[in-house]
Design a protein around this ligand. Structure first.
Ligand code: PFF
Length: 469
């Protein structure tokens, strides 16, 4: 049995909280509603839920298992476990794929988290009190046009992330999540109470839960011709990876700090369940507000910044609840961002002999610089759409492309390779031993899903999305 040089979670609960902290973030509250809105609602949600069940949960178990067995950064864990299984150490490149994905994601994640930070102050100063939908829309538009302001908040958020990462596993990461997660959940429930009292609660719920596969799979092109595309299915699958923090080693590295006696299956169910709940509640809050105010569900990344302020502007105690909400959203993003960079930091500590402090600063600065691409995508570079020649990517800015590349390609690809490694490469006695739940039905189901269903599902969705099959 190996030990991690980076320390260990103080208990199974600390791990559950940290991993839930990683999973619950902007993905649930910011991204899930806007991509659901863009992709037609209920059918998209159904595909996403299916992906969580048959791809996300099995892969999360696999990642935690690999992490705990290797007890190092994902790059070194993959290297060690490949050698242990008598295979090629090149599997370490899977770790690298994850490190690069985490770096790219954090570069834009920090910019969006900066929006949440900025909105803490806007809400607190009463900017939205009694504001109209148009007024709120133009406040958001002006904010995005203000390069310096976006840079300021991006900087602040990146510094916050680096501080926690520098403090390490038990000191930094664990403390941060302990009270943040429960508080976030409570405020979401309060908001749900507000949404239930809007006239459009029924319409919002219908949009979210009534599947319309035509709206998911068909779109009308420039010539008015109806066409089919699996791209939305790929987006739903990519989001299952993104929201559960899978496919890039974040959960793997957290698993490497997990005490030996904790049950991997049980913790996985808790984490995935909490994450899914938060996303669905967020949807149930946002869509009724969208429909009650005649807003456009497919309006893109600005959706929550244009809907929730309306609720806060009109509900009793809105300044208080609104400020609290954006504080908690910032915290949710914070506990996710630290896990995005942890695989890279752990590797620098292991292989480059850096202390955590230095490793965090180096990564933070690099990531901050890269994040400027996202900042500019919303203003001075908003017309730059390098892949305009492909229909799917025609209007996509550099930020959109970064998001697409990481969430819909890199994470599922990482997940596919993790699945292949866990059941085709690693010996079965090793996975039985590490999962520690015997060889009964639960293990058999897991093994079957990871061996066949997960890889085949990911491959089919990939191939259909690029129209090969
Ligand atoms: N799961 C996070 C969210 O939903 O906001 C984002 C994320 C964190 C993705 C960590 C990937 C990751 F490794």
């Amino acid at each position: 049995m190996r030990e991690s040089i980076h320390g260990q979670w103080s208990s199974r609960w600390a791990f559950v909280l940290a991993a839930t902290g990683s999973a619950v973030g902007l993905g649930n509250i910011w991204k899930f509603p806007y991509i659901t809105g863009e992709n037609g609602g209920g059918a998209f949600v159904l595909v996403y839920l299916l992906c969580i069940a048959i791809i996300g949960i099995p892969i999360m178990m696999a990642e935690i298992m690999l992490g705990r067995r290797g007890r190092q950064s994902p790059i070194n864990t993959m290297h060690t476990l490949a050698i242990e299984a008598g295979h090629n150490p090149h599997w370490k490149w899977l770790g690298w794929l994850g490190v690069v994905a985490g770096f790219l994601i954090l570069s834009y994640y920090s910019v969006i988290a900066g929006w949440a930070l900025a909105y803490v102050f806007r809400t607190a100063t009463g900017t939205f009190t009694n504001a109209t939908p148009d007024g709120i829309g133009s406040i958001f538009g002006n904010f995005l046009a203000d390069t310096e302001s976006l840079m300021f908040w991006h900087t602040l958020f990146m510094v916050m992330t680096m501080i926690v990462v520098a403090r390490g596993v038990a000191g930094g990461l664990e403390k941060a999540v302990k009270f943040l997660m429960p508080s976030l959940f409570i405020i979401m429930i309060i908001l749900l109470g507000y949404a239930m009292n809007t006239a459009a609660f029924g319409a919002g719920i219908e949009f979210l839960f009534k599947p319309d596969f035509h709206a998911l799979l068909y779109y009308t092109d420039d010539f008015g011709v109806e066409r089919m595309s699996w791209n939305p299915v790929l987006i739903a699958m990519g989001h299952a990876f993104f929201t559960l923090s899978l496919g890039m080693g974040a959960i793997m590295v957290y698993g490497s700090y997990l005490p030996q006696d904790a049950s991997i299956a049980k913790t996985t169910f808790l984490i995935a369940g909490a994450d899914t709940m938060v996303a669905l509640v967020a949807g149930m809050v946002i869509f009724p507000i969208v429909f009650a105010n005649g807003l456009e569900p497919g309006s893109g990344p600005g959706l929550i910044f244009q809907t929730l302020p309306l609720a806060f502007g009109h509900m009793p105690g809105g300044v208080f609840f609104g400020t609290l909400f954006f504080i908690l959203l910032t915290f949710a993003a914070w506990t996710s961002s630290i896990s995005l960079i942890e695989p890279a930091v752990a590797w620098l500590v292991e292989n480059r002999n850096m202390d955590r402090m230095k490793a965090s600063v180096v990564m933070g600065i690099a990531c901050w610089l890269f994040g400027l691409i996202t900042v500019f995508s919303f203003n001075i570079w908003s017309d730059i759409t390098p892949l305009y020649m492909f229909e799917t990517f025609r209007d996509k800015t550099l930020f959109d492309l970064l998001d697409y590349l990481t969430a819909n390609i890199m994470l599922p690809l990482g997940g596919l390779l993790i699945a292949i490694f866990s059941v085709w490469i690693m010996h079965e006695d090793a996975s039985v031993d590490e999962l520690n739940m015997g060889e009964g039905l639960t293990y058999q189901i897991w093994h079957f899903l990871v061996r066949y269903i997960t890889p085949i599902a990911v491959i089919i969705v990939f191939l259909r999305a690029i129209k090969v099959i």
